[in-house]
Design a protein around this ligand. Sequence first.
Ligand SMILES: [Zn+2]
Length: 113
Amino acid sequence: MLKVFTAQHQAEAHLVEDLLRSNGIQAHVVGDVLLNTVPGSLVIPGTSPEVWILNSDQAEAAFDLIRDFSSGEPLPEEAGPSWTCPKCHEILESQFSECWNCGTSRPGDPSVV
Ligand SMILES: [Zn+2]
């Protein structure tokens, strides 16, 4: 296991995870408190989700992909702008059709945020 990326928020961590996985790298989000919430467990505010890869031999490829990602190149499947959840004001990447935080569906017009 090797940490390759520290995300600002869950959506970003999952974007990187998907990016790596779609390129054949087994990646996995650590510190994903919102998706791994167990009743009664402590949620630590401010904990950044991290992306780890299983095979450290793939680190170089992973860093290349993340560098492209971080440089602002849009992913092919990510054409639209990010949107803000009308309920909890979480900022979500365009590929999410509903809020991962509270489950609210994306508003019909993504330009209205
Ligand atoms: Zn929400």
